[in-house]
Design a protein around this ligand. Structure first.
Ligand SMILES: NC(=O)c1ccc[n+]([C@@H]2O[C@H](COP(=O)([O-])OP(=O)(O)OC[C@H]3O[C@@H](n4cnc5c(N)ncnc54)[C@H](O)[C@@H]3O)[C@@H](O)[C@H]2O)c1
Length: 317
């Protein structure tokens, strides 16, 4: 890989992980970071020797030496930061969700296309070897006719002031539904509620009907003390339980249970390398493309329509 200088905008919880992974990829230099908080900037300077530290991310974009930026800012800033970065000619990997509205996301996809710039979204589970294997097996009819999918993403989190649990976790759900079944839901039903505050859901259940008849259900919670990142696929011939963090796949078949031999990978590193490789060859759609990101936001919008309207919503697919 040729030498490349990158920057990370927003070095809070997730941005620090990105800086850490970049610093272990040969040929990559994190030339600048941006954050409102001094302690986050100083952390990157002290631990990773990042030389250029800015409070205002727009200053990063003025540096012509920087080829690509990762946007790890709060969701509400994704649209503007990506727009500014694309206008400055930078390739962008933005964290999920790409934007808060699908209209904004479509604008960014268009901008990137017009400028021949890569726009990828942090749909990290597309780079997870366990899920890649399950997708491969689905394509080979390993499960027989698939019946349903249960997606359980729960753990105890504070009531984040800037987001609800649907916007935070449903991007992974819709992304995985698409990744595994190669299609998008045609009907969505969503219920949810806040518990520790008056507004913004902290627990939600989303049920999707796929065009094939598969039902996919998500349990999304910030209230449960037990951390779970689990996907269950139930099929006519076989079923599988996937621990997405441990990258373990347990198969259930004719009364027998066995684990698949999965070679675990560092998903963030794989995602970053995929992003860097797409640079310079923008005709290559990354597997976590902006278009996929926009689709997931459309599905979130339909989920919110269902939640607010107390009804099942057709997605138009
Ligand atoms: N892919 C994943 O699995 C995953 C996991 C966690 C978070 N994320 C995403 O990463 C993003 C950030 O989440 P987080 O948990 O790291 O949040 P965070 O609050 O820990 O980090 C955001 C950082 O942005 C900084 N910031 C805010 N406004 C700024 C501005 N105007 N200019 C510069 N810096 C500013 C804050 O000081 C903070 O350090 C979100 O979009 C989130 O959805 C993705």
């Amino acid at each position: 890989m040729r030498r490349i200088e990158v920057a990370v905008l927003g070095v809070g919880y997730w941005g620090k992980k990105i800086v850490d992974e970049y610093s272990n990829i040969p040929g990559v230099k994190v030339k600048a970071v941006s954050d409102q908080l001094d302690k986050n900037l100083e952390f990157c300077r002290d631990r990773y020797k990042v030389e250029n530290l800015y409070h205002d991310y727009r200053e990063v974009l003025e540096d012509d030496g920087i080829t690509a930026v990762n946007v790890c800012l709060p969701n509400v800033l994704h649209y503007q930061a990506c727009k500014d970065a694309l206008e400055a000619g930078k390739h962008v990997l933005v964290e999920k969700p790409i934007t808060l509205s699908s209209q904004e996301g479509r604008e960014l996809v268009e901008m990137a296309g017009e400028r021949n710039l890569t726009l990828s979204v942090g749909h990290i589970y597309r780079f997870n070897n366990a899920l890649l294997e399950v997708r491969r097996l689905m394509g080979q009819n390993f499960f027989g006719k698939p019946y349903n999918m249960n997606f359980v993403w729960m753990n105890l989190e504070p009531a984040f002031p800037d987001r609800d649990v649907i916007v935070d976790l449903a991007p992974h759900f819709f992304d995985m539904v698409n990744f595994i079944f190669d299609s998008w839901p045609s009907r969505i039903t969503c219920v949810g509620r806040p518990y520790r505050r008056k507004e913004m859901e902290e627990l939600a259940y989303i049920t999707c009907e796929m065009p094939s008849g598969v039902l996919a259900n998500a349990t999304l919670s910030w209230l449960a003390p037990r951390k779970v990142r689990q996907i269950e696929i139930v099929g006519e011939n076989r079923s599988a339980l996937i621990d997405a963090v441990g990258q373990e796949v347990t198969v259930y078949e004719s009364g027998y249970t066995y684990k698949l031999g999965i070679e675990r990978n560092n998903t963030i590193r794989t995602e970053l390398i995929n992003f860097l490789q797409s640079i310079g060859d923008p005709s290559t759609e990354t597997r976590n493309s902006g278009t996929i990101g926009v689709r997931t936001v459309e599905m979130i919008e339909k989920s919110m329509d269902s939640l607010r309207g107390g009804r099942t919503v057709d997605t138009g697919i």
